[in-house]
Every structure is written in structure tokens, then in C-alpha cells.
Design a protein around this ligand. Structure first.
Ligand code: ASP
Length: 324
């Protein structure tokens, strides 16, 4: 019995020392559940850079894409809970629990919440060959298409999927959805004319809109955006889709059971990164707003995600879309 206590004490001490030493010169891996070059990846790479100094170690990005983020999310849920593997993902954390009948993780019990990063509006964009000059003409074209319009997305559970779902519901129009592993490959196909439409974060679409490589039909905020390249794009609300509003948020997570001192170190570093002027400037140039409110606190982050599950759950259920 005495020996058992002694062993337990050594184990606790060892964990304590490890947590104390974190990050002990080892790199931290940020898993991004979407393809490289897309909006989630861009936020992750910018954040990785801003985190390195306050965290005191290298932060590398690992794109584990597919199945609307659920493969990457599951990878982190199963990863060693030592702080060296983290997840950076978006609203999919709140939509996948509603959309998937079975998920290999539980969004409430398999993760430690580490704080939120940014809010990003979306844009509805079309291939350059589209004749529609504005949203009204686009809407007419869609209603005459008989479901043949190809709408890209990053899989069931992605932000582009959510936006597309709400868009089809509002228009009462069916479209043919084309899933990708992220919206980097989707926007490449849109520019090439292989698909017709895509709803994606401004962090991925701003430069293509500015360069005239895609057509912009609307933004998903109630007010027009102030980013120079986007300020002349009408809101979908003002174009007739009353109340249409989708903002995509990103957050940071660790596997459940990561030691508290490690979580605190990461959350402290995140708060420093979110105040980094370079990080803020880069995000703002792409229409994103860096979070500067109580949602940087883990408990508030979790509460917010739970409220998003409650908000989107009924809408998604009403649309009757499920994945296995
Ligand atoms: N923007 C994508 C989405 O629709 C994901 C990505 O490629 O980052 O969720």
C-alpha cells in the first residue's frame, strides 16, 4: 500500500514537472482540419507566427483535411493530452454535432477550450464567366436552372456548407453541391469555371475579388464591410434576403485532460498573440475581426460554442440534412 502511494506521488510529481516545463523546446502542432491555403489554414499560419514568441517554441501547422473538418477534429480528440497537439477550427465545432448522426468525438467532453481567435464574414462569389451582374440577376438565373447550379463547399460541417445551406433555404432553391477538402481547392475550381458558386470567408476571397478573378454577389453581414476591397459589395440582406447573417468564428482547442498549467500557458500566449499588431493588421486587411472580448476565456469560449449549437441546431434540422 505504502509503495502504491509512493508511486502515485512520483507520477504526480512527474506530471507536475512536465507541465511546469512546457513547452520544453518541443514544437507545438496546430491541427487545421481543412486544406492548406484556405481561410482556416491562413488564420492558423498567422496565429502560429504570433504565438511562437509568447509560447517560447515553434508552432507548426498540420493540415488534416476531409469530411467537413471531422477527421482533423477527431485526430486532436484522440491525441496525447500534453499540450503539443492543438486544434484550430471554426463554426464546424458547433455544426458537426448537429449534422452528423455519429461523430468520433464529443464537442463538449473530448476537448479543452482555449479561447477564441476571430470573427470572419463571408462572401457569396461566382465564377468569372457568370453573366449575372448583380444578386437579383443571379437569383433569377438560379431559379431557372432547375437545380443545375454547382455550389462548392468544404464538406458537410464546413462554413461554406452552412452558408450554402442557409442560402438554398432562403431562396427555396436546390443546387448541386460539390464538396472539397477545403475552400482553397474550391476557389481554384471556381476561378477555373468548374463550379458556379461558393460562399466563403473573406480571408480567402478578398484578394480574388480585388483582382477580378471571381464575381462578388453579396456579403453575409447586416452592415456593409469597411475593408476597402469589399466595401462596395451589397449585403445579402439589402439585396432581399432579409436578416441573412453568417459570421464564422475560429477557436483553439486541446485534447481533454491536458494539464491545467499547460492550458494556462497556452491561453496566456493566445491572449498576447491576439494583441499582436501585425496579427491584427493582417486579419483586418482580409475583413476579419480579432476577438477582444470575454470569449478569449476558455469557459466563455465553451459557452459560446454551446450557444451556437443551440442557434444552428434547429435551422439545420429544419433543412433535414444529415451525414453518417
Ligand atoms: N472556409 C472553409 C469552410 O468552408 C474551410 C477552409 O478551407 O478553411 O469551412
Amino acid at each position: 500500500m505504502k509503495k502504491l502511494f509512493a508511486l502515485a506521488a512520483i507520477a504526480v510529481a512527474a506530471t507536475g514537472v512536465q507541465a511546469q516545463d512546457f513547452p520544453a523546446g518541443k514544437p507545438v502542432t496546430l491541427v487545421v482540419p481543412f486544406a492548406a491555403g484556405g481561410p482556416t489554414d491562413k488564420v492558423a499560419r498567422d496565429l502560429a507566427e504570433a504565438l511562437q514568441k509568447p509560447l517560447g517554441t515553434t508552432v507548426i501547422v498540420d493540415n488534416t483535411a476531409g469530411a467537413g473538418s471531422t477527421i482533423g477534429n477527431a485526430k486532436v480528440a484522440r491525441a496525447k493530452n500534453d499540450g503539443y497537439t492543438l486544434l484550430l477550427t471554426h463554426v464546424g465545432m458547433a455544426t458537426t454535432p448537429v449534422l452528423y448522426r455519429k461523430l468520433p468525438y464529443n464537442y463538449e467532453t473530448d476537448f479543452e477550450y482555449l479561447g477564441m481567435i476571430n470573427d470572419v464574414p463571408m462572401t457569396l462569389i461566382g465564377k468569372p464567366q457568370l453573366e449575372a451582374k448583380n444578386f437579383k440577376e443571379l437569383r433569377d438565373w438560379i431559379s431557372k436552372s432547375g437545380g443545375k447550379v454547382n455550389l462548392g463547399n468544404a464538406g458537410i460541417g464546413s462554413a461554406s456548407h452552412l452558408c450554402g445551406l442557409l442560402f438554398q433555404t432562403e431562396l427555396k432553391a436546390e443546387m448541386t453541391t460539390v464538396p472539397y477538402k477545403g475552400t482553397a481547392p474550391a476557389i481554384a475550381d471556381l476561378m477555373g469555371g468548374q463550379i458556379d458558386l461558393l460562399c466563403d470567408q473573406t480571408t480567402n476571397t478578398t484578394s480574388q475579388i480585388e483582382a477580378g478573378k471571381v464575381k462578388a454577389y453579396g456579403v453575409t453581414t447586416l452592415k456593409r464591410l469597411t475593408t476597402p476591397a469589399l466595401k462596395n459589395i451589397p449585403t445579402l440582406d439589402e439585396s432581399g434576403l432579409k436578416g441573412f447573417q453568417v459570421t464564422i468564428w475560429h477557436g483553439l482547442y486541446a485534447p481533454k485532460g491536458t494539464p491545467a498549467p499547460v492550458l494556462k500557458k497556452i491561453n496566456d500566449a493566445l491572449k498576447v498573440a491576439l494583441k499582436d499588431p501585425d496579427f491584427i493588421k493582417r486579419e483586418e486587411a482580409l475583413g476579419a475581426v480579432v476577438i477582444n472580448d470575454k470569449r478569449v476565456e476558455p469557459a466563455e469560449h465553451k459557452k459560446f460554442v454551446q450557444s451556437e449549437v443551440a442557434r444552428f441546431g434547429p435551422v439545420i434540422k429544419a433543412a433535414g440534412v444529415y451525414a453518417d
